[in-house]
Design a binder for this molecule. Structure first.
Ligand code: PMV
Ligand code: MG
Length: 370
């Protein structure tokens, strides 16, 4: 086993927002556009005589864990800790497979991703927390192993999938890589198969994952992205489950939706490539239509009354839609010019939609020595 000297680190991981391609991105080779936002999860790692995790924002001052060979055991069992537990387990196993002798450490995690009153904004806190835990654990051994965004992304994605059971991983990608991304998902069933065959984590991470595609894109220079918060919290997992049943119950409608989404997202990507903000505004409307039809057909409240107001008002200035699974959380708008942003902010405020002062975070997960 290799001994490595200790050091303290602070890791910052941005939250995320979906711009386009939601639900469709769960299928192979369907693209989504996601961004990282400038609100962060912060993880601080320091040396300790025990393995301790503190998550004061969700009410855990001290969770202690121990390891025996490749397995870890926690002194708490709470669903709120599942993402963190799976992240610790997968990285522990990864380091163990690299013959790294792990030292106990204290990990403190704090979040800016929720509203000050503690309300969920839908900025991807579970994905960002998983990325933060993975980066924090790996950084401690940076002298001994290669750390790259691809490795962090894959480890975090496995842990996220083990906890949530479904998901495209686009949120994990945004938190890891930062900026504007065009994303196509790996297939969760493929990951499950590899894990069932007990493939070492090290090997799974080193493989090319079929269908996975992540590339950076650049928004048109005159395009302004605005984010509106409805004040209602939404839960992604159950909505995704309901939409996925459509594959069995009405395949032809499902395929129609996939085609409509894919055409809107490809147009959006093309308008980004051509620095065409008007094209981007129009493509966002096309994506809204596809999602509204999907919601109406399945009775899944993707565009709630609040999100409909948000998007209808945005269309007076540019275009708008729900972000992510919908059902609450945030919606987005594309407009041009500061003046329009001011007008939209006021018009949203009149119907109780709060414009959030968010910007795209060019950085993904990053660390500093403290
Ligand atoms: O609501 P959010 O931001 O968690 O987004 C979910 C987006 C889906 O496409 C519906 C699911 C996914 O994992 O991509
Ligand atoms: Mg959401």
């Amino acid at each position: 086993m290799i001994e490595v000297p200790s050091c303290n680190y602070r890791i910052q991981v941005p939250g995320k927002l979906f711009i386009a391609g939601e639900y469709a991105v769960l299928e192979p080779d369907q693209q989504a556009i996601v961004i990282a936002v400038d609100r962060y999860i912060t993880a601080t790692v320091s040396s300790s005589d025990k393995n301790i995790i503190s998550l004061p924002d969700i009410g855990f001052d001290q969770v202690i864990w121990e390891s025996e060979r490749e397995k870890v055991r926690f002194d708490h069992d709470d669903v709120k800790l599942r993402f963190v537990q799976h992240a610790i387990q997968i990285v522990h196993q990864y380091l163990y497979e690299h013959d790294i002798q792990q030292r106990p450490f204290r990990l403190m995690i704090t979040s800016e991703l929720d509203d000050k009153s503690g309300k969920k904004l839908g900025l991807g806190s579970s994905a960002a927390i998983v990325v933060a835990v993975v980066s924090a654990m790996l950084q401690q051994y940076r002298e001994k192993i290669t750390i790259s965004n691809d490795i962090v992304f894959k480890l975090a994605t496995i842990a996220h999938l083990q906890t949530q059971g479904n998901g495209s991983g686009a949120d994990v990608a945004a938190s890891t890589y930062g900026g504007w991304l065009c994303y196509a998902a790996f297939q969760p069933s493929w990951i499950h198969e590899q894990m069932q065959q007990e493939m070492p984590v090290k090997e799974l991470v080193a493989k090319d994952w079929p269908h996975l595609h992540i590339s950076r894109i650049k928004a048109p220079s005159h395009l302004q992205l605005c984010v509106g918060w409805t004040g209602d919290a939404a839960s992604t997992g159950p909505m995704v489950k309901r939409i996925l049943t459509l594959k069995e119950t009405d395949e032809s409608f499902y395929n129609q939706f996939l085609q409509a989404s894919s055409s809107a997202v490809s147009q959006l990507v093309k308008s980004f490539e051509m620095n065409d903000h008007q094209g981007a505004i129009a493509s966002l409307t096309e994506n809204r239509k596809a999602l509204v039809e999907l919601g109406a057909h399945t009775d899944v409240p993707i565009e709630t009354v609040e999100l409909r107001k948000l998007a209808d008002i945005a269309e007076n200035y540019g275009s708008g839609k729900s972000s992510g699974a919908g059902g609450g959380d945030c919606g987005i708008a594309f407009v041009t010019g500061e003046q329009q942003v001011g007008l939209l902010r006021q018009a949203w405020a009149d119907v109780n939609i709060t414009m959030l002062d968010l910007k795209v975070s060019p950085n993904g997960a990053n660390y500093e020595v403290v």
